[in-house]
Design a protein around this ligand. Structure first.
Ligand code: SF4
Ligand code: SF4
Length: 471
């Protein structure tokens, strides 16, 4: 029985509720009056529930679909302005005991070289990332209690935060590791992580069990209830996601929003982020073997509908997507992207991109400087801001600031100051030229005089060699 407040996955991701939602959406896909009512509600910027959102996703009236995209664009501007936060994944180990059929790190892949970075190698990888200009990482490992125990993850986080190379520093480590216990989540919290990210892959229990035939990840309930345990362990910023292409996208869409509603109903805080990976080619993985692939049009519509439904949630897309696709979907809601990613263990210290141990093929292979320059030329402000969790703005505190849009008073100047650091320390001549111009223009957009003056003051201190100012 559907109950968003229950702590049991079987209740908050209720299969029948999803089927009923899809049925309701299909029946109303041309119901102009209802769709208009939902759009009017969405314009109040308080979000939509999974049923309303599913109707928008199903909408088949071209003029209203245009309105959906237009509204998503507007909400993106209202909540996130023109800033895009940048990060990189850091793969620590690809040892894995699971059997996920869509991932080349599955246990049965015997020709995949297995690598686990030592703390010395992590240091080298982090220095390579710092030398590009990265400040925010997402660490990734396979699930393997022998090779990748929680102590290894904790040591690695400590190592990463401790490295200060030239003007570089990793200021926020997000963690994407297997579902674990409340006790381990508490340890991660104490280690100072940013967001805990875990993709459900698919919310459809039957498909999930087939796609995860062996290993601890086979347990749907353990996996789907992981965010509750993370919250109970004190982690209040969690990141959701599904791997689009595994199951029907309409099913995943409704369930993803139900999961978000559950977190909000139970802990008073919705997800900090939602990620949007689509299945991609990799060693021994052929995406055409999965028959639920979605094209760029549907992908864009999903992004737009999630943006409208959860205005306060950060939305992430990785380098799985091409430059052209990223260009399109950033408009409709994406607020964070990865740049210059290497998806193999130890990849950042190799001169050539290694392909034999990649988790997936990287579509957007540009350097970080190229990505920054591209964003600037499109009118966005690339941001390396990590201020919130360092200033204690997490969980419900963060959400309250986000909902009242007061957070914008921090995001905008922080974006300009971190961009300035990037330009001075890592930017090419061209990027620096475009970036400096954008900073001067965007300073004028800061309405609060005191904040504007303080930003000008900090920018000149950054010019003089100081680093790490934030609001
Ligand atoms: S998706 Fe994660 S758990 Fe599954 S095989 Fe890949 S690394 Fe292991
Ligand atoms: S101020 Fe907070 S919400 Fe805004 S970009 Fe920085 S970390 Fe993100």
């Amino acid at each position: 029985m559907y109950n968003p407040k229950s702590l049991r996955a079987v209740d908050f991701i209720d299969h029948q509720e999803i089927l009923d939602t899809l049925d309701y959406a299909a029946k109303n896909k041309t119901n102009k009056e209802l769709i208009r009512q939902i759009l009017d509600k969405a314009k109040q910027l308080k979000g939509l529930n999974h049923r309303e959102a599913s109707v928008l996703l199903a909408c088949e009236i071209p003029a209203l679909n245009e309105e959906i995209f237009h509204l998503a664009e507007q909400i993106k501007k209202d909540f996130y302005g023109n800033r895009i936060v940048l990060f990189a994944p850091l793969y620590l180990s690809n040892y894995c005991v699971n059997g996920c059929v869509y991932c080349p790190y599955h246990l049965k892949n015997k020709h995949m070289p297995r690598i686990k970075l030592t703390q010395k190698q992590i240091r080298e990888e982090v220095i390579a990332l710092q030398d590009m200009g990265h400040k925010r990482l997402a660490i990734e490992t396979g699930e393997d209690p022998v090779h990748n125990p929680i102590e290894y993850i904790l040591d690695s986080i400590k190592t990463i935060y401790s490295i200060k190379h030239k003007n570089g520093a990793i200021r926020r480590v997000n963690v994407n590791i297997a579902a674990t216990t409340v006790e381990n989540y508490r340890k991660l919290k104490d280690a100072g992580i940013g967001t805990y990210i875990l993709f459900q892959e698919t919310y459809n229990r039957k498909s999930y069990e087939k796609l995860h035939p062996t290993g601890p990840k086979h347990d749907y309930t353990w996996h789907a209830e992981a965010m509750d345990r993370a919250m109970l362990g004190g982690i209040d910023d969690v990141g959701l996601g599904v791997l689009f292409g595994l199951e029907s996208y309409r099913y995943e869409f409704a369930a993803l929003l139900m999961h978000a509603e559950h977190l909000e109903a139970t802990f008073g805080v919705g997800p900090h982020t939602i990620s949007f990976p689509r299945i991609k080619k990799a060693d021994d993985i052929d995406p055409s073997a999965f028959d639920n692939g979605i094209d760029d049009d549907i992908f864009s519509k999903i992004i737009a509908c999630v943006r409208i439904s959860t205005p306060y949630t950060g939305m992430i897309v990785s380098t799985r997507e091409s430059q052209a696709c990223r260009e399109r979907i950033i408009r409709y809601g994406i607020s964070q992207i990865s740049g210059a990613s290497r998806t193999s263990v130890g990849g950042y210290t190799q001169t050539q991109r290694p392909h034999d141990s990649e988790q997936f093929d990287v579509s957007d292979q540009r350097t970080l400087d190229e990505v920054v320059c591209w964003l600037l030329k499109m009118g966005y402000i690339p941001s390396f801001c990590t201020a919130c969790y360092r200033a204690g703005r997490t969980g419900d505190r963060f959400m309250a600031l986000c909902k009242s849009r007061q957070i914008l008073n921090c995001c905008h100047p922080n974006a300009l100051m971190t961009l300035k650091e990037f330009l001075l320390d890592y930017g090419s001549f061209e990027t620096r030229e475009v970036g400096e111009r954008v900073i001067q223009e965007q300073l004028q957009q800061i309405e609060n005089e005191a904040v504007k003056n303080a930003t000008v003051c900090y920018l000149s201190k950054i010019d003089a060699g100081q680093r790490d100012f934030h609001f």
